[in-house]
Design a protein around this ligand. Structure first.
Ligand SMILES: [Fe+2]
Length: 426
């Protein structure tokens, strides 16, 4: 079953209205309450204790097989504040919709007043989707609109708490969740956006991220980098999110290389990346993700590439693509320490793209698909799939809102350029 943003009528409406016009209908700013540091868990537990009577104080803790080990950090506070808990640790990667039926079943039996998600994007997104289905069993995810479609949540669940174990998705502060519709061939990502699934509390504690291996630090960091840059150059911003995105980009440029290189030995960098990822999450969720996410969703799904790496690799192409219709990219030059004095736009754009690629290469990230080694993809296989790639990307959510109108042919051309690492010149 197709999703609302794939419908031709919706696409036609968008092309009439234009990316900028529709912004007037949808500009808002929403965020979780964000607790940074070691007191976050105690604050959460005390708040639950203060608001929910003891006989109703039940929390369902979501983890996956990997993040299960972090449940003990939370449980001690549950015990301290007499919060009964159960743990659901069967969240699958990329969250097939079927997985949500299992967690909803547990909710129906245990009747939690609090959902606590400990994990990366998949776990947090699963908790969000569970809350929707537990409270509104009739919700059709395919038809859930981002505006004008209230769900009336929090009649059953009082608090949704998100504790990220990676620094990238931003799901701890966003109104978005990504599931996988496995009934489609190939399985397709299903993007849900609704203001009521913004978590009530986001807890950023380095205990949950300090052990990330370098590849995950880099992949999740690139995801955050793409959220901030992709949404900034998409020209959907308002001054609140613009400021947040610019700050996030600055922080990532400074701290991602350190976090990648030194890991646990540099907790300052870890902490800054946690905050930067949350900021970038606020940046894209209060505007729209860039089309790096459409291209990366498609590329990642078809070739099994980590989400952050898959979206990050398309950043130079997306900046180049949007540059044809907006000068937003020029604001990024000072962040990359590019001297803009007396230079024309073409020179500046080339310098920015070069600086962006240099930064990515400094964290061992290729910017041409042919140089990718996680996984290695043959040219033959890539070109054989290029129409599937383009079709998938063209029908992905962020493509609908691209400031520069996107279509199948343009997607295909971007994929072709990305193979060789050629700058966009169309
Ligand atoms: Fe992302």
């Amino acid at each position: 079953m197709s999703v609302w943003y794939e419908e031709q009528l919706v696409k036609d409406m968008m092309s009439i209205l234009g990316g900028k016009a529709i912004r007037g209908l949808a500009t808002s700013f929403a965020s979780s309450n964000i607790y940074i540091g070691k007191s976050g868990l105690l604050t959460m537990a005390k708040l639950i204790e203060a608001i929910i009577p003891e006989e109703e104080r039940r929390a369902l803790i979501f983890t996956d097989a990997f993040t299960k080990k972090f449940a003990k950090n939370v449980i001690q506070y549950c015990d301290f504040c007499k919060i009964k808990y159960e743990i659901f640790s069967d969240i699958e990667p990329e969250v097939p919709i079927k997985n949500i039926e299992d967690s909803v079943k547990i909710c129906e039996e245990f009747k939690p007043k609090v959902l606590i998600a400990i994990g990366g994007g998949s776990v947090m997104d699963a908790a969000k989707a569970t809350m929707i289905k537990y409270e509104n069993p009739d919700t059709n995810f395919n038809a859930l609109l981002p505006i004008g479609d209230p769900l009336g949540l929090r009649r059953k669940v009082r608090f949704l708490v998100a504790i990220p174990t990676t620094s990238g998705t931003g799901s701890e502060v966003t109104n978005a969740a990504v599931l996988t519709d496995t009934t489609r061939d190939p399985p397709k990502k299903l993007e849900i956006t609704n203001g009521e699934i913004v978590p009530d509390m986001a807890i950023l504690d380095t205990d949950f991220v300090e052990d990330m291996p370098p590849s995950l630090t880099r992949g999740s960091g690139l995801d955050a980098f793409s959220h901030a840059i992709g949404s900034y150059v998409s020209n959907w911003g308002n001054p609140i999110v613009d400021a947040i995105n610019i700050s996030a980009i600055k922080e990532i440029l400074k701290y991602l290389p350190r976090a990648y290189k030194y890991g646990k030995k540099d907790l300052e960098a870890r902490s800054h990346m946690q905050v930067a990822a949350a900021m970038a999450g606020l940046g894209f969720a209060n505007t729209i993700p860039g089309i790096d996410h459409s291209l990366g969703h498609s590329f990642g799904k078809i070739f099994g590439v980590h989400h952050g790496l898959a979206v990050g690799i398309f950043l130079p192409y997306v900046v180049g693509f949007q540059a044809k219709v907006t000068d937003r990219w020029m604001d990024l030059c000072p962040l990359f320490k590019i001297n803009t004095d007396g230079k024309n736009k073409e020179i500046l754009k080339n310098e920015l793209l070069k600086a962006l690629k240099n930064f990515m290469q400094s964290i061992d990230t290729p910017t041409a698909i042919k140089n990718l080694n996680e996984p290695v993809i043959s040219k033959e296989k890539y070109m054989k799939n290029i129409e599937v790639l383009a079709n998938y990307a063209d029908n992905d959510g962020p493509s609908l809102f691209s400031y520069r109108a996107l279509n199948f042919e343009l997607c295909k051309k971007i994929f072709e350029y990305a193979w060789d690492g050629k700058d966009i010149d169309f």
